[in-house]
Design a protein. Structure first.
Length: 277
């Protein structure tokens, strides 16, 4: 560009702002105070714009972004695969990091930035985090597909506790529900196996070693699958669990993490709209 063309643009800027941006000197130009302010603002804008372009390129798959999610064990079987699959298929170059941890740790990981958001059951009101979506899950008895209860559609608490039981240990939120169920049926818990791994529980049930408990959404079928059947508890006194997506609203998030969270929120919305249908 010619010097005269640049000068015309500077004059237009000064007219638009109503202040002089430069002092015209015999041997050059010097920024005025207003010009210094404008220059600082332009440089800040350039930095912000470069960051925005980088994050937009992440979303377009031109760069490899990453998403970090902390989840409780109960989400892994019934919720997480479905919610995560559509995001991963649409954005195959984004790296996803899933930490399966105890429910009590999820909030702290979200606050510390170790997770962009978390999935946890029935979280109490906690400072620093908020739930953007929630959905109801129900406790089901996990029984072998081939069992003497067929063709029953439900199982009572008393009948459940008459069987050998394989239940979560105290580190898993679902154990609270087991303890409530035992108290309501006036049963003294005598499990043949306790574990902090819910997948091991299901595998041992499938081997015929006992009955277990899990939480599934209304959208899930109780039909036989993977050699197991998921029977509703006949007792209405067992309350449903609430799965919540929690974030720390005061933190700054990359566009990649915001996009991933949106996929999960849509999945939550679908659960609430289509649950039980």
């Amino acid at each position: 560009m010619s010097a005269s063309a640049i000068d015309k643009q500077l004059i237009h800027a000064e007219e638009a702002l109503g202040v002089a941006l430069f002092e015209r000197l015999p041997r050059g130009m010097r920024l005025t105070s207003a010009g210094e302010i404008l220059l600082h603002g332009v440089r800040s804008w350039q930095k912000d714009f470069a960051r925005i372009r980088f994050e937009i390129e992440e979303l377009r798959g031109l760069r490899r972004g990453e998403v970090k999610i902390a989840v409780s064990q109960e989400t892994v079987f019934d919720f997480l695969p479905g919610a995560l699959a559509s995001f991963m298929k649409d954005h195959p170059r984004i790296a996803n990091h899933i930490a399966v941890v105890e429910s009590d740790r999820i909030r702290q990981m979200v606050l510390d930035g170790q997770a962009d958001f978390g999935l946890t059951f029935s979280p109490p009101p906690q400072p620093g985090v908020t739930a953007t979506r929630s959905a109801s899950f129900h406790v089901r008895a996990v029984v072998p597909a081939e069992n003497d209860l067929r063709p029953k559609k439900t199982i009572s608490l008393s009948e459940f506790f008459q069987r050998p039981t394989i239940i979560p240990d105290a580190s898993v939120h679902l154990r609270d529900i087991v303890d409530i169920a035992a108290a309501k049926s006036r049963t003294r818990l005598q499990p043949i196996l306790t574990t902090n791994n819910l997948e091991l529980m299901r595998l041992m049930v499938r081997e015929g070693c006992g009955f277990g408990l899990t939480a599934i959404s209304d959208k899930s079928s109780t039909d036989t699958k993977d050699g197991l059947t998921y029977l509703p508890l006949g007792d209405k006194s067992i309350p449903p669990l609430t799965l919540s997506l929690i974030v720390a609203p005061e933190r700054k998030f990359s566009l990649t993490s915001i996009l991933a969270r949106r996929y999960f929120e849509v999945y939550f919305d679908d659960l609430e709209q289509n649950g039980g249908k």
